[in-house]
Design a protein around this ligand. Structure first.
Ligand code: NAD
Ligand code: DAU
Length: 354
């Protein structure tokens, strides 16, 4: 069946993997990648699919409602996979307004454009608005327990508050206007093409340059890591198999205390750089903690496994090795994305921490 699918944020980290999967796996679908190309968006991430006949890139801002209206009408969009967002917690602490603007108002603009277009052209049958969200909406866990689809929302950072708000708008459109929607809440992703403001690529890049590795607080916070291609596979499975109005948690049952992950990663990077294994452990620098730092996230993705048969395909050790290799093999990519504005970001964010 042919479909016209709008993927937002497709030039970002997760979005580029979702675009690649859909363009390659579904030649009958027309895939429109809408991205504003903020600091986090990079068309280099999509060089291998940009000539595909079923792929079109559109530069645009989801907050621009009139433009969203035009895009839905012009391309007869019948499915949306919405990933465009401001995604970094530390940035949200410095500039919460940008997060409310893109994540809340941008999502609302997209929802309204979809609703009006779909109501104008025969109704909601066969349409789907898929909103990609985060486990951070559930807040923070202590040492025990998991987030399930019925855990109450309790966001703690400006980023997670903005994502929670956007989730609520998506459900409101289902309840009020009968729009077929689905939401998935995923744990921490890692893998190729992630902007080096996030823990794993930032640390790999710093090890390359023998720069200090800024561990927040005591490094005791816990995250549940999932390889980005497995997240893209889950989005595919949910997009095609969900019940409209439903929610799915996506995670790897793969919890790591930050400091343990960092030590493991250092050993892998050292080995692949040909340094004595563990030589870079002395780069670890404990710095001032993130304000309001959530202690632990842990996702229970049993529902997704039981209902749609999805499971992570990679063991963490294998995924980490693949990831480190990708960044070391793509040094010029890292150098390009860390030139210019990145240096100012780094000095502002980390200068005051040390
Ligand atoms: P990212 O920051 O790497 O990419 C975001 C993309 O959105 C970029 O290409 C950027 O240019 C684009 N964008 C930003 N503002 C826009 C706007 N106003 N209009 C159009 N495009 C805009 O983010 P990511 O890590 O790939 O995350 C993608 C989505 O997945 C986000 O919604 C995020 O909340 C969610 N998520 C991320 C993770 C994770 O671990 N990274 C985990 C769970 C959920
Ligand atoms: O859980 C899903 C979320 O995971 C996504 O919704 C977010 O978009 C994504 O950014 C990620 O959020 P985190 O805040 O968990 O990821 P980050 O890579 O920023 O940090 C991971 C952990 O490492 C966290 O406990 C903070 C810590 N950290 C991070 C950085 C950047 C450090 O100790 N030092 C650092 O320099």
């Amino acid at each position: 069946m042919s479909r016209n699918i709008l993927i937002t944020g497709g030039a970002g980290f997760i979005g580029s993997h979702v675009v690649r999967l859909f363009v390659n796996k579904y030649p009958d679908y027309r895939i429109f990648n809408l991205d504003k190309l903020t600091y986090a968006g990079n068309l280099e991430n999509l060089r291998d699919v940009e000539q595909a006949p079923n792929y079109t890139f559109i530069k645009g801002d989801i907050c621009d409602f009139d433009r969203m209206r035009e895009i839905f009408t012009e391309h007869r969009i019948d499915g949306v996979i919405h990933l465009a967002a401001e995604s970094h917690v530390d940035r949200s602490i410095r500039d919460p307004f940008a997060f409310a603007q893109t994540n809340v108002l941008g999502t609302l603009s997209l929802l309204q454009a979809a609703r009006l277009a779909w109501e104008d052209t025969g109704g909601m049958d066969g349409k789907l608005f898929y909103h990609v969200s985060t486990d951070e909406v559930y807040g923070s866990l202590d040492e025990r327990g998991f987030f399930t689809e019925t855990t109450s929302y309790d966001p703690k950072s400006p980023y997670s508050a903005s994502k929670a708000s956007s989730d609520h708008f998506v459900r409101a459109y289902h309840n009020t206007y009968g729009m077929p929607v689905v939401i998935s809440n995923c744990s921490n992703n890692y893998g190729p093409n992630q902007f080096p403001e996030k823990l794993i690529p930032l640390f790999i890049n710093n090890i390359r340059h023998n720069k200090p590795l800024p561990v927040y607080g005591k490094g005791e916070n816990v995250r549940d890591w999932l390889y980005v291609v497995d997240h893209a596979r889950a989005i595919d499975v949910i997009f095609h198999g969900c019940r409209p109005g439903d929610t799915y948690n996506i995670g790897g049952f793969n919890e790591w205390k930050n400091i343990d992950l960092i030590r493991t990663m250092i050993r892998v990077v050292d080995r692949l750089l040909g340094r004595p294994e563990g030589a870079s452990l002395n780069l670890i620098a404990y710095v001032t903690d993130r304000a309001g730092h959530d202690l632990r996230y842990a996702i229970d993705s049993t529902k997704l496994k039981n209902e749609l048969g999805w499971e992570p395909s990679l063991q963490f050790e294998e995924g980490l090795e693949k990831t480190v290799r990708w960044y070391l093999d793509n040094g010029p990519w890292l150098d390009r994305v860390t030139s210019g504005a990145y240096q100012k970001y780094y000095d502002t964010m980390y200068g005051e921490r040390s």
